[in-house]
Design a protein around this ligand. Sequence first.
Ligand code: ZN
Length: 482
Amino acid sequence: MKLITIAAISVFFVVADIQAQTKMFVSNPAALQILKGNYNPVRYKSSAIIDHPDSVRMGIIRSVNSTRMMNLLARLETFYNRNSGSDTLSKTTGIGACRTWILSYFDQVSKDNDNRLVTGYLEFDADICGKGHHKNPFALLPGSDTSNNEILVIEGHFDTRNEGRCDTTGYTPGMDDNGSGTVLVMELSKVMSRYSFKNTILFTTPTGEDEGLFGAKAWASFLSDQGVKIKSVLNNDIVGGIYCGQTSSPPSCPCFGCADSTHVRIFSYSPAKTPFANSAHKQLARYMKYVQDVLINPYLATPMVINIMQGEDRTGRGGDHTPFRQKGYTAVRIISANEHGNGTGKAPDRNHTIKDVIGKDLNGDGQPDSLYVNPGYLARNTILNGVVTGLLASAPAKLPITAEVRYPGARIMLPKGYTGADGFIIGIRKFSSNSLEFDSVYRIRQTKCIKIKLEKGQKYFVSFAPISRGAPGLFSDEFEVN
Ligand SMILES: [Zn+2]
């Protein structure tokens, strides 16, 4: 039997390396001040404040709307080609018309919500498929508390490709990769703008992912150069499809045509394999699993299972979370359990082909009736993003734990007068279970000591998350208890 008592913290910030970047800028100067926390929150106050984490959580769960998202997806498809090198002059097709439409959507959401959103583009130069200048549409929902100016990022790339890497004119629907992530971001900008959060939330759809993560690299470098602090980055890339292709990048799905609408994978970086795997990114993935299991699933007709994955991405593949992680930010990738293809763009798989459409038209009426992008699955992944980000944007900052570990227990002292939390969650991983997930989770009040039964001769990883008004913050780094 070991005794764990809550006791000391010290201040810790992620230090990002600073790199000179000259060609990146936000088109709206007010956005930069908000990202840095230099603004008056009163200006962005809602006329009807709803900020209790429980109300916000239940509001997000109930108001994410799959029909609205499928309509956005159908509209996205009309831009015909969203390759980063495609047309920027047409009003109806190509990446230029598409980013204008995404920005105008954010602007309309803002108008509908007391003009609370600050919208614009992050612009940058890079040679991608013949185009030199590029734009990431974004919307910022400024937080109510500038004393903790960490922001939270929800993103999904909006560019796409077909069989030809630089086919800038051919049909390139990109409905699952990554129309699904794009409409997820758009829907959450709408749903979450009704609510008030302490921290600022950045909703963005970067470009240039399929040609080398250009848009995300631009964001990560720009934010790091500007000294912007980030609590979490959720990268959504392929989050609506439920069918397994003939190929898929390992770790792969089970069989051609197999469907899975109840599991979602979270990929994230850690320097060591299990049982170690104790990076901040893995801790975010564990947080997401906790939130899904305890705070979302009881309210869903179809509960979801989060699979915490070992790698930062599938073997040989990459995503927008990586440039953020490389700049020292905590970032994960959310991706469906089953993927239709391995990215090489070969039939009969749909990934990176002209067949990445919403669904098949079986009765010939011009409308898809057998859907490849599953509306309910997409909505559930959207809820996960919204609830996790909403809770973190209301929760206390991560506790930097320094533990004194001595038999028969670990003693962690909170600083005198610490009132930042009204309770804690303790996550415990047993070394011998060789699992990426917590083996057990406990909730305690701040003032209580708890006794946790641990087995003799076993090693454990222990971490703590502070809770305030029912909103858990990020888990601390893990420490070892022998
Ligand atoms: Zn993608």
